[in-house]
Each structure stands twice: as structure tokens, then as C-alpha cells.
Design a protein around this ligand. Structure first.
Ligand code: ZN
Length: 171
């Protein structure tokens, strides 16, 4: 090969708190991290990805990965609830838990159920209807059948929500 490649590119991340303000005061977030809330959020880094998708947590070092497109165009409530969901994964990572245990299906994975429960609890506290919460839970990678199973696991009634092949509102 007559080319060379600079291979130590690393990953560019930014401080979470530069972009997400006030989360350390949210009761749901304080429940996730307890006494380590301020420290956890102060140390958390975010990678903004130039590709489609929503959010996730790096399995290498536990930083957040967020689609810049979703961040700029996603529904504010969806974004907020996604952050709550992902912060649960950040804490799980800090605890050394396996986030992507493929012995489980996505919607049965204990780490996912815990994250979804926290987000749904917060959605209910905000006063969101079951219908709206189901719309939030209905992502393109979840079938109607799996949505009902997930809804049951997090105590929401999604039986009436028929899929129209919809994905989350991105304006
Ligand atoms: Zn998750």
C-alpha cells in the first residue's frame, strides 16, 4: 500500500454540562446517581455523531453518544426522556454492568428495563398520557408485539396504539 493512515484519531467529546443544563437539579437524575450526581454529571462527556439515530452510551468508556441531527430536530420531551434513560446506562456502566448483554433480547435486558422504567416514571410525573408515553416508546426498531411487552414491563397501557410505521417526531 502506498498510503499512510494516522490511526490515533481518538474520539472528540464535549462536557455534558456545556449542553445539558440543570439536570443535576432534576429529582429523577438525583435518584439515578444519588450522592454521586454532581460528580457524575461533571465528569460526563458527550460525543456528537454526524449520523442518524438517537442516543446511546459508549461501551468502551461510558460516554454519551448523541446524533447531532436528533439533538437539533428531535421533540424536546423525547430528548429529555432519552437523557434520563441514557443516564441510567451511564450509572450502570460506572457500576461495571454489561450494557449490551446479548443473552437477552433488547426489550428484556435488565439494563434496558431499568432505563425505560426511569424514563417512564419521569414521563408520568410530567403528566404525559399513556398514549403519549407509548408514542415515545415506539421506535422503529420495536415491533408492535414487543412494544406491548415493553409497555407491560414498565406499567403503561399501549394496547390501543396501532403502529403506522411511525418513528419519533423529528420536526
Ligand atoms: Zn437503553
Amino acid at each position: 500500500m502506498k498510503v499512510s493512515i494516522v490511526r490515533d484519531a481518538g474520539v472528540t467529546t464535549k462536557p455534558f454540562k456545556d449542553y445539558f443544563k440543570g439536570f443535576e437539579k432534576v429529582e429523577a437524575v438525583r435518584r439515578i446517581f444519588g450522592q454521586r450526581t454532581d460528580e457524575a454529571l461533571a465528569n460526563l462527556r458527550v460525543e456528537f455523531a454526524g449520523r442518524r439515530g438517537y442516543m446511546g452510551v459508549s461501551e468502551t468508556d461510558g460516554h454519551l453518544i448523541i446524533s447531532a441531527d436528533y439533538l437539533s430536530r428531535g421533540d424536546m420531551v423525547d430528548l429529555y426522556l432519552d437523557i434520563i434513560h441514557e443516564l441510567v446506562h451511564v450509572r450502570q456502566f460506572m457500576e461495571g454492568k454489561e450494557l449490551f448483554d446479548h443473552n437477552y433480547e433488547y426489550i428484556e435486558r435488565p439494563t434496558e428495563i431499568e432505563a425505560y422504567r426511569s424514563a417512564v416514571e419521569e414521563a408520568k410525573r410530567l403528566g404525559l398520557s399513556d398514549k403519549r408515553i407509548c408514542e415515545y416508546l415506539k421506535t422503529e426498531w420495536i415491533s408492535d408485539h414487543d412494544l406491548e411487552r415493553l409497555a407491560k414491563a414498565v406499567n403503561v397501557d399501549c394496547a390501543g396504539l396501532k403502529s403506522e410505521g411511525k418513528q419519533r417526531r423529528v420536526s
